[in-house]
Design a protein around this ligand. Structure first.
Ligand code: CA
Length: 236
């Protein structure tokens, strides 16, 4: 079934022709417009030319790799990226580096799962308006997706931004890792809780430890100025 109105344009970057063809034909059968590129330089040129709504980007590419493609593309335009990796530890490494990808998938994966992830990422990209949120020295603008700390802009990856925003919008309420996975990543899977934890760590590195409180055995809550403290001054 074709998506409503004008179908999204997806750039598939993959040097293994068999995989690229399989992904492209599945996406076309779902009603998407698809452009395929097979190396780093070709990916950057194609992005500039077709202005895709989303990029499915293999990490290991000839020319230069997916990290460099992401850097060059995100440098001039915000475009959602789903990064394909060969191993789980590559995904952990990329999250640690704060690469600007919205989601990661380890090969091999089912085309059905890729389509589900694409839909979730596109939905998140659309859902980007809303009032600005403030807490202590931190200001979050959902419209520009800009976060400032004491008036200074802080660069967050798209996923880090969505994590902070989801917690801030919960208004001090606690969100479990499963809830965060569903809200931020749009899916549930076994390796998920670890993904949430690594992103929480990288957000704390950028915005300070107080930004997110760990609620042991439950999940996370937005910290900073809005946190509730009891009479002893302890977080509750
Ligand atoms: Ca490859």
């Amino acid at each position: 079934m074709a998506p409503a109105s004008s179908p999204a344009h997806i750039l598939v970057v993959e040097d293994e022709a068999v995989i690229a063809d399989a992904i492209a034909s599945r996406l076309r059968s779902e009603g998407y417009n698809v452009t395929v590129a097979s190396d780093g330089p070709e990916a950057v040129a194609a992005e500039d030319e077709v202005r895709p709504d989303l990029i499915v980007l293999d990490l290991n590419l000839p020319g230069f790799d997916g990290i460099e493609v992401c850097r060059r593309v995100q440098g001039h335009r915000r475009v959602p990226v789903i990064m394909l990796t060969a191993r789980d530890d590559e995904t952990d490494m990329l999250i640690g580096l704060g690469v600007g990808a919205d989601d990661f998938m380890t090969k091999p994966f089912s085309p059905r799962e890729l389509v589900a992830r694409i839909k979730a990422v596109l939905r998140r990209a659309e859902h980007s308006a809303g009032p600005s949120l403030e807490s202590g020295a931190i200001q979050i603008d959902p419209k520009t997706r800009q976060v400032t700390l004491s008036g200074k802009p802080v660069h967050l990856t798209p996923t880090e931004f969505d994590l902070v925003r989801s917690l801030a919008e919960a208004d001090g309420g606690v969100l479990t890792r499963d809830q965060l996975l569903a809200m931020v990543w749009g899916y549930r899977d076994g390796s998920g809780p670890r993904t949430v934890d690594s992103h929480v760590r990288s957000v704390r590195r950028k915005l300070g430890d107080e930004i997110i409180r760990t609620i042991h055995g439950v999940g996370y809550a937005f910290g900073s100025g809005s946190q509730v403290v009891d009479e002893e001054g302890e977080n509750v």
